[in-house]
Design a binder for this molecule. Sequence first.
Ligand code: ADP
Ligand code: MG
Length: 343
Amino acid sequence: MEEKRTEIGDLGEFGLIDRLNKNIKVKHQSTIKGIGDDAAVLDAGSGKVKVVTTDLLMEGVHFDLSYAPLQHLGFKAVAVNVSDVAAMNAIPKQITVSIALSNRFSVEAVEALYKGINAAAEQYHVDVIGGDTTSSRSGLAISITAIGEAKIDQVVYRSGAKVNDIICATGDLGGALIGLQVLEREKQVYLANPDMKPDLEKYAYITGRQLKPDARMDIIHELRDLEVIPTSMIDISDGLASELFHICKASNVGVLIYEDKLPIDKQTFDTAVEFGLDPITCVLNGGEDYELLFTISQEDFSKLEKHPDIHFIGHVTNADEGKYMVTKSETAVELKAQGWKHF
Ligand code: ADP
Ligand code: MG
C-alpha cells in the first residue's frame, strides 16, 4: 500500500505546527506555557518566570543578501526574537546565536553579521551567551533564541482578550512589505542593467522597516511605567489580520476594527499606490512590521489615550460576532487572515 503523503503547503505553517503539537505532552509543572504563544513561559520560582523564544532565518526565504546588508541582517535576527519576548510583556536578558555558513562567506562577512548582532545586543541590553557554528552546503541560516524575564502576574498571553476590550496597535503597519517590493524591484532593475544605480533615497523609511526592524521594547517599558497590563498581546510578524486571528482563536473572541483607525505611514501609502496595491490590504496582510498588537480593558484607556504611538483600532466582540472591519464607507467586511506564506 502506498504511504499517505500530505503536502506541507496544504496544511500551511500554522496547520503543521498544530498537527505536531497534538503529539507533544508537557511533562513538567515548571512548563507554564509550551507551544502556542509568542514564547514559552517557564516557572523560575519566587513568583518569576523565564520566557524562551526562537526564530530561524534562511537565506533565499527570509532574506536576500543582494540587498540585505549582513550588518542589518544580524540586527534583525536579534530584533525579531526580542519582539516575541516583548509580546509576552517580558524583558529580554540573554540570546544564543547559531549560524550555518557556506564557504561563500569570509571571516569579514561573519564579522559584519556580528556587528549587527552586537549592536542589537547593546540596544536591547541582552547578553550573547552561546550558540553554534556549522557549515552549510549553500547559503546562510541564522537562528537566535532569546530568553526573557517577568513576574508571573505580568506575563501577557494571546488568550486573555475579553469582550469590550480595546484593540491597540503600535507604530505603523504595512511598511516592511512595501519596502520589500521596492527592494525587489530595484534588484530586478539592477540585474537588467548593472550600470543603473538604484534610487532608494525616496524609500528610505520603508526599506528600513524591511531591512532593520526595531522591536518595541520602548512600549513594554512605557506600559510598565503607566501600570497598564494588556489583557492579551502578540507581535505583528505575519500581518495584522493573521495576528488578530491568533488572538481570537486563543481568547475565543471576535473583533471589530475600523479601517479609518489603522495606522499607515504616508510613504507606505504612496508607495503602495505606486505599485498598484491597496494600502489597506498591505496594512492587514503585510508581514514583518514587528509592531505590537494588544488589548486593554476599558478602564486602562485613559492611561494610554494620549500616547502618540499607540493606536486604538477597534474592540473585542463575542466569538459568534466574527471578525470584521468597518470600512471608510461604513460597511462591515469579514477579515481574512492571509498571513505570510512560506510554503
Ligand atoms: P512567532 O511568529 O511568534 O515566532 P510562530 O508562529 O513561529 O510564532 O510559532 C507559534 C508557536 O509554535 C510558538 O509557540 C512556537 O514555539 C511553536 N513552534 C513553531 N515551530 C515549531 C516546531 N517545529 N516544533 C515545535 N513548536 C513549534
Ligand atoms: Mg510572535
